[in-house]
Design a protein around this ligand. Structure first.
Ligand code: HEM
Length: 359
């Protein structure tokens, strides 16, 4: 990431710049990184070509490999193409998502009020379920069936094979049955072990925390440079064709004309506010906008939210001994992305759910 953000002098002064780059060791560092990535991707592809490998479902490498041998396909990707796509995924997807999670945890540990509120939301939501009676799409007979299985699960009796098969069949469809299973499983694991994707839409405050993190810490401070095709006017300025356009989303997110107390981490600012990060509101553009906006937006927002929800659900977070929250650095490292310069050290403590219930 640091290398990607480094400007090669040879791009600015063609011949002499090459000498300067050689003296700083830039080509050698690029070559070293390239070799390491290349051998890693080579290993992944070889693993996927292994005929004995058991596959439960196809991943992106399997799909590309099958396309490369498909005579009917419009395009047959070569190994080099596959490596280039993997590089896009690693650079575009992995760094940006981990940077966002790190900034969110940094802001939360610096703001205990927000940390407490978001944890309370996640912990209070998980476990509230829709019952069969509330599900208007069920017939009377189905309600009865779901209720029967549910009460059998909550009882002490052993479950026979037919009942077990019926439960497996209906379990994914009815939260009530799932809940009963969880209640029964609590003897072993304490409470529901994790937050899954289906629960995210109910975690509204967590979503506000994510928006606020993107506002203050968009991983790409400057969007990928664009070039204008035709003449247009913006804010009274003439923009000629072939002008390079850089959009500073970092500055947009901290603009005092748009945001009150812009440097404060205050997720509630999104409470009665329709601004979202999906490219429709120019006040918040962590994924860009328009045709070239990030194609990974859905995957990224889901992965980041599920990871954060689980970190916050099962653990309480403490600072290492002797460290105060004011000591947590927000210094930024600058490369292709804006990352947290100093590592974030936190101590996870498994949350005691029984204590919460007693309170
Ligand atoms: C928090 C996570 C992420 C953020 C903040 C982010 C942000 C961005 C931004 C700002 C752009 C440039 C858009 C523009 O200039 O208008 C971009 C492009 C891109 N992103 Fe993401 N991204 C994230 C995750 C991902 C993931 C998970 C993937 C793929 C798995 C991905 C793949 C790409 C690709 C391939 C492009 C280039 C698109 C093009 O040029 O047409 N990104 N991303």
């Amino acid at each position: 990431m640091e290398l990607f953000g480094t400007v090669a002098t040879s791009n600015i002064i063609p011949w002499f710049g090459g000498v300067v780059d050689a003296l700083t060791g830039l080509p050698r560092r690029i070559e070293y990184c390239h070799r390491r990535f290349d051998s890693f991707f080579e290993m992944l592809i070889e693993e996927h070509l292994e005929p004995t490998k058991q596959k439960s479902e196809q991943d992106v490498i399997d799909v590309m490999l099958s396309l490369s041998n498909d005579e009917k396909a419009q395009f047959n990707p070569t190994k080099e193409h596959i490596k280039a796509v993997l590089m896009d995924i690693v650079l575009g997807g992995v760094g940006t998502s981990t940077i966002t999670i790190t900034w969110a945890m940094t802001e939360l540990i610096r703001n205990p009020r927000v940390m407490k509120k978001v944890q309370a939301e996640i912990r209070s939501y998980i476990g509230t379920v829709k019952t069969a009676q509330q599900d208007a799409s069920l017939h009377q007979g189905e309600v009865h069936f779901v209720n029967q299985i549910s009460s059998q699960l909550q009882g002490d009796k052993d479950i026979d094979q037919t009942a077990a098969m019926a439960m497996i069949e209906v379990m994914p469809h009815y939260d009530q049955v799932l809940y009963s299973m969880q209640v029964r499983a609590q003897d072993f694991i304490g409470t529901k072990p994790y937050v899954d994707e289906s629960e995210l839409e109910n975690l509204q405050y967590l979503k506000m925390v994510l928006k606020e993190t993107f506002r203050l810490h968009p991983p790409l401070a400057l969007l990928i440079p664009l070039e204008s095709i035709s003449h247009f006017k913006i804010g009274g300025y003439d923009i000629n064709p072939k002008t390079r356009i850089m959009i500073n989303v970092y500055a947009i997110g901290r603009d005092p004309d748009t945001w009150k107390n812009p440097n404060e981490f205050y997720p509630e600012r999104f409470e009665d506010n329709v601004i979202d990060f999906r490219g429709q509101n120019f006040e918040l553009l962590p994924f860009g906008s328009g045709r070239r906006m990030c194609p990974g937006i859905n995957m990224a927002s889901t992965v980041v939210m599920v990871t954060l929800a689980n970190l916050l659900y099962r653990f309480d977070w403490k600072l290492p001994n002797g460290m105060k929250r004011e000591d947590v650095s927000v210094e930024e490292g600058i490369g292709l992305t804006i990352y947290k310069k100093l590592p974030l050290y936190l101590v996870p403590v498994i949350h005691d759910f029984e204590k919460t219930l007693d309170q």
